[in-house]
Design a protein around this ligand. Structure first.
Ligand code: AMP
Length: 145
C-alpha cells in the first residue's frame, strides 16, 4: 500500500528541505540536497534527495529531477571514497514499506562499505552528533569546495 499514495509534505525530509528540521548538510544546489544519515549503517552513510519533486519514490519522480539527483549521488560517492577510503560503496533506494522504505520522500542511500562489516539495510542506533559534525565538515569541504 505504501508504494502508492499521496505525498505527505510533513515528512521529515520535506521539513529538512524547508529548513524546518536540522540536518548534517553535505551539499546543496537548486535541485538537490545531500546530508548525513542520523542512523548510519556505516561511517559516512549519506542521503541524496530531490528538493523540488514531490516524489514518494522512484515511480513518482520526473526524469529531469532524477538525473540531477543521480549526478549528486555520483559526486557524494566520489567524495566518500576520497575522504574515507572504503573498500566499496553501496547505492540503495527503497520503494514502499515492504521494500524497506521508512521515509516517503524519494532518497538514495550512499553507503561506504568497509571490509568485515555486515551488510544491513537499517542501522541499530543513532550516530554521535559530534562525530557527524566532524565528518560533515570534511565531506562538505570536498563537495561544496
Ligand atoms: P529508508 O528506510 O530508505 O526510507 O531510509 C530512511 C533513512 O533516513 C534511514 O536510513 C534513516 O536512518 C534516515 N533518517 C531518518 N530521519 C532522518 C533525519 N532526520 N536525518 C537524517 N537521516 C534520517
Amino acid at each position: 500500500m505504501s508504494l502508492h499514495g499521496t505525498y505527505d509534505p510533513q515528512n521529515i525530509f520535506a521539513q529538512i528541505i524547508r529548513g524546518n528540521a536540522p540536518c548534517f548538510k553535505l551539499y546543496e544546489d537548486e535541485d538537490v540536497l545531500a546530508f548525513l544519515d542520523l542512523f548510519p549503517q556505516s561511517h559516512g552513510h549519506s542521503l541524496v534527495i530531490p528538493k523540488n519533486a514531490q516524489a514518494r519514490n522512484l515511480l513518482d519522480v520526473d526524469g529531469g529531477s532524477l538525473a540531477k539527483v543521480m549526478a549528486v549521488v555520483q559526486k557524494v560517492a566520489a567524495a566518500l571514497v576520497e575522504e574515507l577510503s572504503p573498500a566499496g560503496v553501496q547505492v540503495a533506494q527503497f520503494n514502499g514499506a515492504p521494500a524497506g522504505q521508512t521515509v516517503f520522500h524519494l532518497h538514495f542511500h550512499v553507503i561506504p562499505r568497509f571490509d568485515g562489516e555486515n551488510l544491513g539495510i537499517h542501522a541499530a542506533g543513532k550516530a554521535d552528533p559530534e562525530q557527524l559534525e566532524q565528518l560533515r565538515v570534511r565531506l562538505a569541504s570536498r563537495l561544496q569546495g
